[in-house]
Ligand binder design. Structure first.
Ligand code: PMP
Length: 452
């Protein structure tokens, strides 16, 4: 028998992640914290895509700034020119940091930013006559993007399978810092951190520390494991080990940066400064494709003293419209004190989430920082194991919440195929208490329906 024909989707644009056969929902209008899906259906956007929308949708000031840029300079190639928009955007970001992050490179996506960070880190050693440095160490349960380089660093194994032969072989992965699932019962937090530090040190020594370019990690893991902040002291221990061997520390804040965590950069809460930092999502707030790499003086100096070039030119790099709209977004964040608002609204959200869900039978863990929160579901609170099939519980809660009028983000991947099943709540920084109450009410209702 020939196989039954598959149903045709009426949509012609390529849908990512979801099955090509599943018809998507069309959004006809987005404004503030809401998405309109049909004349009669408007929902609250409680995840801003995946933590992208930070000042809400359809902001008039961003619109005006983008149109003004369109009128003045809509395009020049950054191989030859810079623009006031790109320079002002770099200054507003770099002037905010008392650290040694000296230069900003703007690209069009987080994945490109991560690839650029890998190349910059490699070039740092090339310029200093240490070409033997060729390895990267990243972590299991991480997401860094979908280009070849960024996917090689990421550890979402099921998603990597079709592309395995294309991926880099000079990347290895150590354990995630995920206390809820991996800290042993008899272990203190300090002991857990010491165990992770020992593992990282062991991995560097296994590879030969002189062969390692950089350790790459998200300060708060986002897309795969749903908002996992590291235990206290973890990043300080990591920084110390990297410094011991002259290995660079690359932090990926594409998802958790730009205020989302309650500080402008998430690393500020960890007591370390990276050598290279990637940023994205909240940089442009969804208004234009833009991400960036912030590079420390240490790395910039080597390039300046060496070839003086970084070969990463791309046609739409630092695009004037993207820079102008991101500049407007960052000005609003600064002027309206939205980072502090993230902290206070985050506290409110945490309180509401705990009150509504903590006692529930399958709610294993509620965790987050700023306006970046995850609720993890487990079959059994003792074993902390997820339901089978994996990720089903979180997906069902997400779908039910969507039906009830709130968009939240479903969990994606796990380390070992068993642990971790969550939903993510990451609304715009401009969200109100009333909206947050409504979001939590809907998530609780969705949970109750799924539990039954
Ligand atoms: N790094 C992190 C930490 C991310 O969360 C993401 C996107 N989810 C990326 C990189 C890739 O960014 P983009 O989707 O813009 O390529």
């Amino acid at each position: 028998h020939p196989p039954a024909p598959k149903p045709e989707s009426p949509h012609h644009s390529f849908l990512l992640h979801r099955s090509l056969l599943l018809p998507p929902d069309t959004v006809t209008h987005a404004s503030g914290t809401t998405l309109t899906l049909s004349p009669t259906r408007t929902i609250i956007d409680a995840c801003g895509g995946a933590a992208v929308s930070c000042i809400g949708h359809a902001n008039d000031e961003v619109l005006a700034a983008t149109i003004a840029q369109m009128r003045s300079v809509s395009y020049v190639h950054t191989g030859a020119y810079t623009t006031a928009a790109a320079e002002s955007l770099a200054s507003i970001i770099l002037n905010k940091n008392p650290y040694d992050l000296e230069k900003a490179l703007f690209v069009s996506s987080g994945s490109e930013a991560v690839d650029a960070a890998m190349k910059l880190a490699r070039q740092y050693f090339f310029e200093t006559g240490r070409p033997e440095r060729r390895n990267f160490v990243a972590r299991k349960q991480s997401y860094h993007g979908n280009t070849i380089g960024a996917m090689s660093l990421s550890s979402n194994l099921p998603r990597k399978v079709p592309y395995e032969p294309l991926l880099l072989t000079n990347v290895s992965h150590v354990s995630p810092a995920y206390a809820y699932q991996y800290q042993l019962a008899e272990e203190s937090e300090e002991q857990y951190v010491a165990r992770l530090a020992e593992e990282l040190d062991g991995e560097f020594r296994r590879l030969g520390p002189e062969s390692v370019i950089a350790f790459v990690a998200e300060p708060i893991v986002g897309a795969t494991s749903g908002c996992v902040p590291a235990p206290a002291g973890y990043f300080r221990a990591v920084r110390e080990i990297c410094d011991r061997y002259g290995i660079l520390l690359v932090l990926d804040e594409v998802m958790c940066g730009m205020g989302r965590s309650g500080s402008y950069f998430a690393f500020e809460q960890e007591g370390v400064v990276p050598d290279i930092l990637t940023i994205g999502k909240g940089l442009g707030g969804g208004y234009a494709p833009i991400a960036g790499v912030l590079v420390s003086r240490k790395v910039v100096d080597r390039l300046r003293d060496g070839t003086g070039m970084f070969n990463h030119g791309q046609t739409y790099q630092a695009h004037p419209l993207s820079c102008a709209s991101a500049l407007a977004v960052q000005k609003i964040i600064k002027r309206d004190g939205l980072v502090a608002r993230c902290r206070s609204m985050g506290q409110f959200l945490e309180g509401e989430l705990r009150e509504a869900l903590e006692g529930r039978k399958h709610v294993g863990n509620i965790r987050g920082r700023g306006l970046f929160w995850a609720v993890e579901f487990v079959q059994n609170k003792e074993t902390k194991r997820s339901f089978e099939p994996r990720l089903e519980f979180g997906h069902r809660v997400q779908k039910k919440a969507f039906d009830l009028g709130v968009a939240i983000y479903p969990g994606a991947g796990t380390v070992d195929g068993v642990r971790g099943d969550h939903v993510l709540i990451a609304p715009p920084y401009t969200i109100t208490e009333t909206e947050l109450r409504k979001i939590v009410e809907v998530v609780r209702e969705a949970y109750d329906v799924v539990e039954r």
